[in-house]
Ligand binder design. Structure first.
Ligand SMILES: Cc1cc2nc3c(=O)[nH]c(=O)nc-3n(C[C@H](O)[C@H](O)[C@H](O)COP(=O)(O)OP(=O)(O)OC[C@H]3O[C@@H](n4cnc5c(N)ncnc54)[C@H](O)[C@@H]3O)c2cc1C
Length: 352
């Protein structure tokens, strides 16, 4: 039986970042990816400045960059602006291939594609009928997880996001649309890339049934005169149910750990940070990760805000409307989430 110090299941942003941070050690590391190619993933590829800085991603890999996001609420529009570029899109294939290229100098890291892990046991995993032993196992296998299941954890907060990838360069702005009647507490987006655009929406099927989401999205596309007949349709689940990241010698990172924001659907940054932080824990078992703590705190705030928005019923419209107006004011811009959160509480208290 082959043996590795660390076996990482999944070569998404989380798994690749974890391997990169482990790279300079003398540990023997194996990254297993079920797909034949590293990178492609159902995702709008939206990044913020903090993702870019954290990744140190070269700007030529970016498809789109801007100093503003156009926000819409019904017929009202507003811009969330900064003096510097702060919003970007990247093609997930390019992001994955770039992260993969960062591992090439480490002879102690082996990355294997077409390697679907089918079974996990206490000290070994099984890939294509072959046993591979591990000292540490890292579940970086995304929202359709195997390692998490092995640990006996399910997901109580599974979101869903759908998107059309439309071959078009006519969309020049990154746009977000709040329409509570159609998308409840969530939103629809237009994320431009180099040769295509991602147009999608998301939600939590518990509060917002999938059939309704799909149907409402079609209504919204029609209303906005967006023809998706030549587009590729994709959908994927999002796991926002964090229940821990360390279970003795087994770790969960990224979507597998449930670190996607239940409000915005953003998960790339938390995948990268949790991947790096878990690598540091493996390297120094006494390392206490403040960054994972702050990711969890932020995710909890998003969770609370989402619950408040759902409960706020028709007051949601007023909250979104005020949010869109006040986002123009620099004081509120920096405090957008906290501000909307306070408004939500106010309306719930007022209406209950
Ligand atoms: C429609 C949509 C739009 C999104 N848009 C954004 C966005 O704009 N910005 C943002 O920040 N986030 C976005 N997200 C979320 C983002 O895609 C994820 O949070 C992010 O990809 C998580 O990274 P990860 O490494 O944890 O998991 P993943 O990227 O899912 O990687 C997991 C990897 O594990 C592999 N794998 C799974 N099971 C096995 C197995 N048994 N054996 C071997 N390999 C396995 C998979 O093939 C995959 O490559 C979006 C999600 C969706 C669905």
């Amino acid at each position: 039986m082959d043996f590795f110090d660390v076996v990482i299941i999944g070569a998404g942003p989380a798994g690749l970042k974890c391997a990169e941070v482990l790279g300079p050690s003398n540990l023997k590391i194996l990254v297993l990816e079920k797909n034949s190619e590293i990178g492609p993933k159902v995702c709008a590829g939206g990044l913020t400045r903090k993702d870019l800085e954290y990744l140190e991603l070269p700007l030529d890999l970016v498809d789109f960059k801007d100093q503003k996001i156009k926000l819409h609420f019904k017929k009202i529009s507003s811009f969330l602006r900064d003096q510097k570029d702060f919003i970007y899109t990247v093609d997930r294939r390019n992001l994955g291939q770039w992260q993969f290229s960062q591992l090439k100098n480490f002879s102690n890291i082996k990355v294997q594609t077409k390697a679907p892990v089918s079974k996990i046991e206490k000290n070994f995993i099984i890939v294509e009928g072959k046993k591979i032993g591990y000292k540490f196992l890292v579940g970086a296998d995304g929202s359709v997880f195997l390692v998490r299941k092995y640990l006996g954890l399910t997901s109580r907060q599974t979101g869903l996001a759908i998107q059309y990838l439309l071959p078009s360069s006519k969309f020049k702005e990154l746009e977000v649309f709040f329409e509570p009647q159609l998308f409840s507490a969530w939103y629809a987006w237009i994320f431009p890339h180099k040769n295509y655009v991602s147009i999608g929406c998301g939600g939590n099927p518990v509060f917002f049934p999938v059939a309704k989401m799909v149907n409402n999205f079609k209504i919204w596309l029609k209303k906005n005169k967006i023809d998706v007949s030549s587009a590729k349709y994709e959908a994927f689940v999002l796991n926002s149910d964090y229940q821990g990241h360390q279970f003795k010698n087994i770790f969960l990172i990224g979507d597998a750990a449930g670190l996607v924001s239940p409000l915005t659907g953003e998960g790339i940054y938390s995948a990268l940070v949790s991947g790096a932080e878990v690598a540091k824990i493996i390297l120094s078992p006494n390392y206490k990760s403040k960054k994972i703590k702050s990711l969890i705190k932020k995710k909890q705030r998003h969770q609370q805000l989402m619950s408040f928005l759902i409960k706020s019923g028709r007051a949601k419209s007023i909250i979104f409307c005020l949010g869109i107006f006040l986002i123009k004011v620099p004081y509120f811009k920096k405090r957008a989430i906290k501000f909307i959160f306070s408004l939500a509480i106010f309306f719930i208290l007022y209406y209950s």
